[in-house]
Design a protein around this ligand. Structure first.
Ligand code: ZN
Length: 184
């Protein structure tokens, strides 16, 4: 909306262009819409419609397209398997002690089971650690991708003449409904 807006790659105009994150922020703000604001222009608000009227379902759906990309994966912090085993070991020592003082007969059976667990863990450890590393790498990649998507979203402009979004300096014009696919 300001003279600082880059020209639309499709129509070459600058006065029909608004920053995507401005539209989003304006839509978020609870204050009633005024004619000076971007949204009435973006929505092609009819002249006879009060500018502070409630947004219709279609308008809400339309404006949702300006939302920032939300990470598609929930990043769960992975627990290192070795740490889990250390925790288990502390618990096992406590339980073994309890068994030793109360049911000495069961002590060696319990000890046997724990020994089996350790044997299985040390045999499978290489594989378990590999899986753990793969999950960590995948989380890391997803996080990077989500950050890159946000970065692009922050720089995007919308031209309400053709209903397209674009990045300044790039020739590509993307229909607004394809913005998600473009961000990722
Ligand atoms: Zn345009």
């Amino acid at each position: 909306m300001t003279s600082k807006s880059p020209a639309c790659p499709q129509c070459g105009k600058t006065d029909t262009v608004a920053k995507v994150n401005h539209i989003y922020l304006e839509n978020l703000s609870a204050k009633p819409l005024t004619e000076d604001l971007l949204i009435p222009h973006v929505l092609r608000w009819p002249a006879d419609k009060p500018s502070n009227s409630k947004k219709s379902y279609d308008e809400v759906t339309f404006l949702k397209q300006f939302n920032p990309p939300s990470g598609q994966t929930v990043v769960i912090r992975q627990v290192n398997p070795d740490l889990a085993v250390i925790f288990f070991s502390l618990l096992a020592i406590f339980l073994l002690y309890k068994i030793y003082i109360s049911q000495r007969g069961a002590f060696f059976i319990a000890l046997g089971f724990i020994a089996l667990f350790y044997a299985a863990y040390f045999i499978g450890r290489k594989f378990i650690m590999k899986k753990f590393k793969q999950r960590q790498d995948a989380d890391q990649a997803a996080k990077k991708q989500a950050e890159a998507a946000i970065g692009r979203w922050m720089k995007m402009y919308y031209c309400w003449d053709e209903g397209i979004v674009f990045l300044p300096g790039e020739k590509q014009a993307i229909p607004l409904d394809q913005i998600r696919a473009y961000l990722y």
